[in-house]
Ligand binder design. Sequence first.
Ligand SMILES: [Zn+2]
Length: 112
Amino acid sequence: MAAPDLVNLSGLMDDAKCFAFVRQHRWPEGVHCLGCASPAVVRAGCDDTQPARQRYRCKACASRFDDLTDTVLAGHHQPLRVWVLCLYFMGLNLSNGRGSVRLLWRKKRLGV
Ligand SMILES: [Zn+2]
């Protein structure tokens, strides 16, 4: 029987799949605005250097953000797949709120 939190490592080696993975865990109920939490968000193209990194625009407050905005994964030159694999090998649970990427995002937003 497979563990429910098992991550398929080969699937994480593709940039598009890595961004989809992060997106799924960051916004499990769909993308919400980082400024006002509105679900009225539209896609607004992709990053110039990372084509799999989706940009968004909030229809409620007009703020713009992308898959990694305000995360510990933003602003690094290493490909996202390197960070995702590092987090995995560090033993962080990427699938729920305890000790997870989601917790790291909260810490980043709080400046902790
Ligand atoms: Zn907004």
